[in-house]
Design a binder for this molecule. Structure first.
Ligand code: NCD
Length: 311
């Protein structure tokens, strides 16, 4: 039996977007759009306990999962590694099994190590679902989904004519990896990737993308620019010479945005480093969809929790 599937063949966990068939991805977006549009949330998780298990800091991902679970009627528990028995030497696996033994059925897990969330999912008991809220630089599936929902709302459901550029520290970005999978799965017309050579990922991650270090050219005619944070905590020393140089070469300014399609949208998963990868007036400008992304995060996480843990 495939440990990723339930007995009736449904996905058990949400660990990445690679293993999510395009039809299921579309169905989740459809359901999330219903929630985003104010659709009634059923108490699908009534009596179900969900734990956010975060071994890395978070603002929007954790809070929006909490809100999503609450809106579906779940009990929500929050585990924070920095205030837990992890500081006394308990292993992540023992922590997971301990909370699971309390009857928790949903685990929303963030971890700094690639593959650590999938490893915990191996220890899940029948009926328990693990949702990846970001592992290392590998996967951030719900961010990929909420970014696709934001694109769909602005540009419609047909992505075949869209030009999208992902800019910045792609090498260290789990958001970029999940976005790339989702954009390919939804048939995006042209995916451009732009960043300094030292911050570009391997060729397999970039397959099918137009890759450039010329940010001005990369902005020409795009329908959406997805900006990424410089993830210095995941970076070896010296990959970026100075923040001023980075902003000059890869920061999204109003002048650069004028090269895009007139109705282009600007996205950023947050947290933003203003004045580095994005200028203030662009972050707060009329084309910014940064806060729409946050709102869509709640809707997408409701759809995912409902599909994995609902009756
Ligand atoms: C991102 C993350 O933690 O992967 N933030 C988020 O979840 N919205 C991006 C980042 O850390 O830059």
């Amino acid at each position: 039996m495939n440990p990723r599937l339930t007995v009736d063949g449904r996905p058990r966990h949400l660990l990445d977007l690679e293993h999510l068939p395009a039809a299921r991805l579309q169905a989740l977006l459809h359901r999330a759009q219903m929630f985003a549009g104010g659709g009634q949330a059923p108490a699908a998780l009534s009596g179900v306990a969900v734990c956010t298990l975060f071994f890395e800091p978070s603002t929007r991902t954790r809070l929006s999962f909490q809100l999503a679970a609450q809106r579906l009627g779940a009990h929500i528990l929050n585990f924070d590694a920095s205030t837990s028995s992890a500081t006394k030497g308990e292993t992540d696996l023992d922590t997971f099994r301990t909370i699971q033994a309390m009857g928790v059925r949903g685990f929303v897990v963030r971890h700094r190590i690639d593959g650590a969330v999938a490893a915990l999912a191996e220890a899940a008991l029948p009926g328990v679902a693990v949702l990846n809220a970001g592992d290392g630089r590998s996967h951030h599936p719900t961010q990929g989904l909420l970014d696709m929902l934001t694109l769909r709302q602005a540009k419609g459901e047909d992505f075949s004519k869209l030009k999208v550029v992902i800019v910045g520290d792609v090498k260290h970005s789990r958001v970029a990896r999940s976005d790339l999978h989702a954009l390919r799965a939804l048939g995006c017309g042209e995916i451009r990737v732009c960043g300094p050579a030292a911050l570009l990922p391997d060729a397999n991650t970039l397959r099918g993308c137009v890759v450039t270090q010329d940010f001005d050219a990369a902005m020409d005619g795009v329908d959406a620019a997805m900006m990424l944070r410089l993830q210095r905590e995941r970076m070896a020393e010296g990959l970026v010479t100075s923040l001023e140089d980075y902003h000059r070469d890869f920061g999204l300014t109003a002048a650069r945005l004028r090269r895009a399609a007139p109705d282009a949208i600007v996205m950023h998963p947050g947290p933003m480093n203003r004045g580095i990868e994005i200028a203030d007036d662009v972050a707060d400008g009329g084309q910014s969809r940064v806060l729409a992304q946050v709102a869509n995060g709640v809707a997408v996480r409701m759809a995912v929790l409902e599909s994995l843990l609902g009756e």
